[in-house]
Structure formats: structure tokens, C-alpha cells
Design a protein around this ligand. Structure first.
Ligand code: HAM
Length: 426
């Protein structure tokens, strides 16, 4: 049997890769406008980073990590997300010492989670994420959210819904935690074994449980919104005020708890309302993590960020029937009729490419007619045929495919002529 790509992974072939390139260009441009600078971190890290960073009780750490021993007996893990790595790097490289805080970073790269694959849920997927570390100004929360919304808008998505919530500060969360324990403890034996562990370790996670989501106690569980202290409430109000300032619509959902442990205050998700989506409609998730830098050994540096997968963005584009990433047509196709013409054709290609003109020729010895068809399929703007006569005169016809018009030119004039025509068209 032939070898296939592992379950939950896939190849991005020409035809699709142009879409990825266009999205990556949009990401680079947007991050330039917002002044987020690129960071690239390793694809694998010490397992402990994610246990401490993402949280020991999360599904990601408990069930979804690709963890392995290397030959030196270290426990390493393929990164399941980017925030822990970025914060590790922020601490390790002492970025907290830079004069300009917050440090605004972005990344794009593959992440790995052992999940059950389905549309929009892969085992290897690519996240674009940003992290702004070193400020607890609510305006930066709104900036980060607006960057995510802007990326979706810039690729042409319209059916978006921004959902926000506040998870409050430590004090608010503790008060809420106590209320949750009091609420669930009397009937915890009716819940799954995971939830029984969560009750002790992290009762907030119970609200996120997929197994027990229809249990009647879920609907009546105490809402964090009722436990926010004054400071947390004021912070949340300011975030909302800044979002309104940016004309960004949002819905407050007090049940939005994110699946990672490091969050406090602002949490948000961007969902697609496009028809045809399956169960998964969350395109992007993020929030504030004020204690994470300290948890990973750095000084107090509050942070906020988000991540979105390109896979889900592409899915949303498909559902909204938005086309992006049209492949660039070939500019010149050169046809050689014999061996000596081939050398001339080959050197013409060099000339064209050096002048920024895309050029190609046949490498399989096909007849004239087959080569003409190939030029057509590639959408060539110009075709040049070189045979004995052309070799003798040093001239050939430059045929414009759209009009059928042909201009006789010296080989040495070809690149310059096309370049001039291109400038005229622009
Ligand atoms: P997350 O909610 O685990 O958050 O993932 C963020 C996004 O990654 C999801 O909304 C989705 O677009 C994408 N995603 C997650 N898992 C998969 C998958 N198996 N297949 C395809 N796409 C997937 C985080 O990762 C946090 N680090 C976000 C963050 C950054 N918070 C603060 N800063």
C-alpha cells in the first residue's frame, strides 16, 4: 500500500497555496499597520512549558498533546498553541526590558493537537496569532480584537460575530470558584469523571464540558458576571467603550469560558454566521493573561492576544463563497522548433526573468501544437516561436494572445518591449 499523509494532516497544493500566500500577505500588511513585529519560536518545546502555561487540567494538555522523549530522555512536546512559547521567549530574551512596552508580536506557524479530525479541526493546523505583552490598558484589548476583525474583513468575510466576556481578576474568580463548588458539589457524582476532577482542580472547566453540557445544573450555574468586583467590571466597561469607539459590534456572552487556563479579564471569540458551517463555527479565540509571564518566571507583565487558524478562515471563505488567491498567469511562453532554437529560447527565458517577466518553455519535447495548447492552459500573455528562419535572422514574432497581433523584434529587444508595454498598462 502506498504511504499517505497522517490522519488530520494534509498537503496544500498549487491552486490552494495561492490562497495561503494571499492571506499571509494580508497578515504581514495588517501587522505592519498595527505595528506588531514577527516572532518565530521553535515548533517543539519542553513539555513542562505547556503544563505550566496552558494548564494541567485543560483538554489540550491532558488529551491532545504530541509528547515524546528525545534521544537525551527529555520530554518534548510539539506546540499545541503559540502563547506559551511567545511568553517563554519574552522572559528568556528579557523583552520586558525593552524601552517600548507593550511588546507587540505576531506569529504564523503550524500547531499540533491530537483531536478527532473533521472540517476545521486538524491535527496539524496553522495559527496566526498576536500577543501584546507589557500593558494592562483596556485600549490594547480593543486594538487586538480589532486587528483580528480587520483581517477577516480584508479577505472579504462579512458574516462575523464577535462574542466577548470578562473572566475578572483573581479575587473575582476566587469568589466565583467558591460559588461553583457550592453549586456542583452536592450532585457531582452525576457528572463525568473529568468533571469530578475539575471540581477540585478547576471548577470553571466544568462549564466547558462537552459530555455534561445538558445536565440541568449547567443552566443554573452561577455566572461569573455576578462575581466581578468593581475593578474588573470597570475594566470590562472600558474595553467595551473602546470597541464602540472603533465601531466594532459585539455580543456579551457570560458563558464564554475559554479552553486554556491562563486567561483573566477579557476573553473573546469570533464566530462565523455563514450558512453551511458544521458544529465548529469559532474562527478565532483570545483573551488577556495577566499572570502568565510571572508564572513562567518573568516580572509582572500583563498580556493579551488571540489566535486563529488559517484552515478555519479558508472554510469561512468557502461558506461565504468568497474567492481569493487567483493564480498569476504566465507572461511569456517560448516555443523552440529544434535543438539550436532551444538554446536561444533558454537564454531568452533568462533575459525575461531578469527583467521581472515570468517566462516558461517546454521541457518534454512536445510538438508545436501541443506546446501552443500548453501556453493557452497557462494563460500566457505572449508566445514566441523560434525556428530556423528566426535563428537565421535573429528576429522572432512576439504574439500577443489576447489580440492575435504580432510584432517582429530582435531577440535582444523582446524583454525591453514587454516591460514597456507592462508599464503602459499599469
Ligand atoms: P484556542 O482557542 O485553543 O486558543 O485556538 C485558537 C484558534 O485556533 C481557534 O479559534 C481555531 O481557529 C484554531 N484551532 C484550534 N484548534 C484547531 C484545530 N484542531 N484545527 C484547526 N484550527 C484549530 C489558543 O490557541 C490561544 N493561544 C489563543 C490566544 C493567544 N490567547 C491569547 N493569545
Amino acid at each position: 500500500m502506498s504511504i499517505q499523509a497522517p490522519r488530520g494532516t494534509y498537503d496544500i497544493l498549487p491552486g490552494q497555496s495561492e490562497k495561503w500566500q494571499e492571506i499571509e500577505q494580508k497578515i504581514n500588511e495588517l501587522c505592519r499597520l498595527y505595528q506588531y513585529k514577527e516572532i518565530r519560536t521553535p515548533v517543539f518545546e519542553h513539555t513542562e512549558l505547556f503544563q505550566r502555561g496552558v494548564g494541567d487540567t485543560t483538554d489540550i494538555v491532558q488529551k491532545e498533546m504530541y509528547t515524546f522523549q528525545d534521544r537525551g530522555n527529555r520530554s518534548l512536546t510539539l506546540r499545541p498553541e503559540g502563547t506559551a512559547s511567545v511568553v517563554r521567549s519574552f522572559v528568556e530574551n528579557k523583552l520586558f526590558g525593552l524601552p517600548d512596552q507593550p511588546v507587540k508580536l505576531f506569529y504564523t506557524g503550524p500547531m499540533f493537537r491530537y483531536e478527532r479530525p473533521q472540517a476545521g479541526r486538524m491535527r496539524q493546523f496553522v495559527q496566526f496569532g498576536v500577543e501584546a505583552i507589557g500593558s494592562k490598558d483596556p485600549a490594547i484589548d480593543a486594538e487586538v480584537i480589532s486587528l483580528a476583525m480587520e483581517l477577516y474583513r480584508s479577505v472579504g468575510l462579512k458574516r462575523l460575530r464577535l462574542v466577548i466576556n470578562s473572566l475578572g481578576d483573581t479575587e473575582s474568580r476566587l469568589a466565583h470558584k467558591e460559588a461553583l463548588v457550592a453549586h456542583f458539589a452536592p450532585r457531582i457524582d452525576e457528572f463525568c469523571s473529568d468533571c469530578q476532577t475539575r471540581l477540585e482542580k478547576n471548577p470553571l472547566r466544568i462549564l466547558d464540558c462537552k459530555v455534561d453540557r445538558d445536565h440541568p445544573l449547567m443552566a443554573t450555574a452561577p455566572s461569573l458576571a455576578d462575581y466581578l468586583n468593581e475593578e474588573s467590571q470597570a475594566y470590562f466597561d472600558d474595553v467595551k467603550m473602546y470597541l464602540e469607539e472603533l465601531d466594532i459590534d459585539y455580543v456579551v456572552d457570560p458563558n464564554l469560558v475559554r479552553g486554556l487556563d491562563y486567561y483573566n479579564h477579557t476573553a473573546f471569540e469570533i464566530m462565523s454566521d455563514a450558512e453551511g458551517f458544521g458544529a465548529i463555527t469559532t474562527l478565532c479565540g483570545g483573551g488577556r493573561y495577566n499572570g502568565l509571564v510571572e508564572d513562567l518566571g518573568g516580572p509582572e507583565s500583563p498580556g493579551i492576544g488571540f489566535a486563529m487558524s488559517i484552515e478555519r478562515l479558508l472554510l469561512a471563505l468557502e461558506m461565504e463563497k468568497v474567492e481569493i488567491g487567483k493564480s498569476q498567469n504566465l507572461e511569456v511562453y517560448v516555443i523552440a522548433m529544434d535543438e539550436s532554437a532551444k538554446k536561444q529560447a533558454f537564454s531568452l527565458l533568462k533575459d525575461f526573468r531578469a527583467n521581472g517577466i515570468s517566462a516558461d518553455m517546454d521541457y518534454t519535447g512536445r510538438k508545436l501544437k501541443a506546446q501552443m495548447k500548453s501556453a493557452d492552459r497557462k494563460g500566457a500573455s505572449y508566445v514566441i516561436v523560434i525556428g530556423e528562419t528566426e535563428m537565421a535572422s535573429g528576429k522572432a514574432g512576439l504574439k500577443e494572445m489576447a489580440t492575435g497581433e504580432q510584432q517582429e523584434l530582435l531577440f535582444s529587444e523582446m524583454a525591453e518591449t514587454i516591460k514597456n508595454r507592462k508599464t503602459l498598462e499599469e
